[in-house]
Design a protein around this ligand. Sequence first.
Ligand code: HEM
Length: 128
Amino acid sequence: MPVDPLHQLYNNLGEQGITDIVAAFYRKVPTDDILGPMYPSDDLEKAEERLRDFLIYRLGGSQKYIQERGHPRLRMRHNPFAIDVNARHRWIELMTGAINEVGIDAKDSALMLAFFEHLATFMINQDS
Ligand code: HEM
């Protein structure tokens, strides 16, 4: 059976590495001028948990996200937010900062960013 290359990220980073990256990303969100206002300030901890659980599931770990949230349907779940190319770039910028902060292997970092960049472009739902 073909192996999903993303699963190597789970093997290399483990739940702890993924948790650290998502935590570093969410530390940057509240003060960001574009993303800050989009995220629920009273529910940021839960939002952090949702992204963390999604990534753990998608990279080949625990199915907790699916059990709690069902099929990801990420584009639909992002519909309530006005995501233009600037928001997309900012999301990637904060995530790149988070990945660098945690300090992971260069190959893992390139693979993870390619995955995020592809999905983030798919999430654009507005002209700028
Ligand atoms: C393109 C720029 C993006 C913006 C502006 C954005 C913004 C948001 C916002 C405002 C939320 C609501 C927070 C919450 O209450 O959970 C959210 C949820 C979420 N985002 Fe994004 N997002 C972006 C890209 C991505 C990407 C690339 C991924 C996947 C790697 C992703 C995965 C998720 C997940 C899993 C949730 C929680 C969905 C749920 O179960 O309700 N987002 N996003």
